[in-house]
Design a protein. Structure first.
Length: 434
């Protein structure tokens, strides 16, 4: 069996059956299967995931009955083959079919002939199959065309209207750039850009409204970025400009005490420390020790001394931390609807009542975290979603409950189709002085 396609197949099976995270699982399977073309494996995995419902829409037209009762092994092989046929010009059609048939011999031998026949029919009929634009129902059309679960399409249409919903979903279907933040404690934008360009990378500055000059962001194309000397010297770290812009708006200053209550993987804490010139205190909290270790290693690589990673539950009482923070970063767990282009498995995970249960937990974290803010200090509530139930609604509920204790200073929803970033929401609120 082709070791590269085997790694892709095993990854997709884990995602489909066990809801594994593709970015973690694909690396594990590349190593386990000794794949010698990692980029090829990732293209099949992420591409197949990203186009899953669109491929469903076409494959259903080629299977007369029993489509919904297919075993996962058959479904994964059909989707893998269809993606290679329709989207990968580098793969000849016969190679896509033959490789899937070969894998079927090992994982679902009785269905080998069926898989072979469906994929060959796809090659013959791909130009004549009905396309999603023929659907009159906008939810059905957008769900199939942009391969997002119907509840996501329905939510966006309801909250933002058809035109804006479509713009968002279209942008979510594009390949996101890899963006890095320049560590201005060690270098500057031009020096890093020149160093990477000299090694064959394509490097472009990213301009996002509200982003501080002290946190310049670059979009980089090329392989092996994390193997460069510049990475190991701590000249940059990976972060979407939307997240960097949010911390810029919080404007932490040298000498302040900043607390990051849901700190992992640590990007916002690093941004705060850089803006503070590495002077002051950034206390980064997370519940899991292995995540705290990642934060510590990141800070060490970047040469940041003011970040201290500590174990803490974001829902716990403030205790001795009550009113000790000048600024609090409250980036809560969310539905992730703003990062579909980076985490394709989110496209197919349903949330009850449009994430209302999740919003309750988010609000509770915000309420607890507000206890950390000293009078005159500020708190930033943020998510990587575009769902108003988790964003604006939670902020308004919090402000009502606080009865004038906090005042909104800035609020922004960044959208992939408009701002060119991930979907990201933040609101900065200041606590009134006693």
């Amino acid at each position: 069996m082709d070791r590269n396609r085997k790694a892709a197949y095993q990854t997709l099976m884990r995602v489909v059956k066990d809801q594994a995270y593709s970015n973690i699982e694909v690396s594990r399977q590349i190593e386990r299967c000794r794949a010698d073309a990692p980029a090829f494996v990732r293209e099949i995995v992420y591409g197949t995931q990203q186009q899953w419902l669109y491929l469903d829409y076409l494959l259903k037209q080629l299977v007369s009955r029993g489509y919904s009762k297919m075993k996962p092994q058959v479904s994964v092989l059909l989707h893998m083959g269809a993606y290679q046929i329709l989207f990968m010009d580098s793969v000849p059609d016969y190679a896509a079919v033959n490789s899937c048939a070969e894998m079927a011999s090992s994982v679902c031998r009785p269905q080998k002939g069926f898989i072979n026949a469906v994929l060959r029919n796809l090659i013959r009929q791909k130009d004549s199959l009905k396309q999603p634009e023929s659907e009159k129902n906008p939810v059905s059309r957008m769900s199939a065309e942009y391969s997002a679960d119907p509840w996501i399409a329905a939510l966006l249409i309801r909250q933002r209207g058809e035109e804006e919903a479509e713009n968002i979903l279209r942008a979510m279907s594009e390949t996101p750039p890899l963006c890095i933040v320049v560590n201005t404690l060690k270098t500057d934008r031009e020096s890093l850009k020149n160093a990477l360009t000299g090694q064959g990378f394509s490097v472009d500055p990213v301009d996002v409204k509200g982003l501080s000059d002290a946190l310049p962001v670059l979009a980089v194309k090329g392989s092996g970025l994390m193997n460069t000397e510049e990475f190991h010297k701590g000249w940059f770290y990976v972060q979407d400009p939307a997240s960097a812009a949010a911390v810029s708006s919080l404007a932490p200053e040298a000498g302040e005490t900043v607390m990051d209550v849901c700190g992992a993987p640590g990007g916002k804490s690093m941004a705060a420390a850089i803006l503070m010139g590495n002077r002051g205190s950034v206390r980064t909290f997370d519940y899991y020790e292995h995540k705290l270790s990642l934060i510590r290693r990141q800070a060490d690589r970047l040469g940041i001394r003011c970040v201290k990673a500590e174990k803490r539950d974001a829902l716990s009482a403030a205790g001795t931390l009550t009113e000790k923070a000048d600024a609090v970063i409250c980036d809560v767990p969310c539905s992730g609807l703003g990062v579909l282009r980076r985490k394709p498995e989110i496209r197919y995970r349903k949330l009850d009542d449009d994430a209302r249960a999740l919003a309750v937990k988010q609000l509770a974290i915000l309420e607890r975290s507000s206890e950390l803010v000293k009078p005159g200090g500020r708190i930033m509530y943020s998510t990587c979603t575009i769902n108003r139930i988790e964003n604006e609604n939670n902020v308004e509920a919090f402000l009502r409950q606080q009865e004038g204790k906090f005042q909104k200073e800035a609020e922004r929803q960044l959208l992939p189709g408009l701002d060119g970033t991930d979907g990201f929401y933040f609101c900065i609120m200041r606590r009134m002085s006693k």
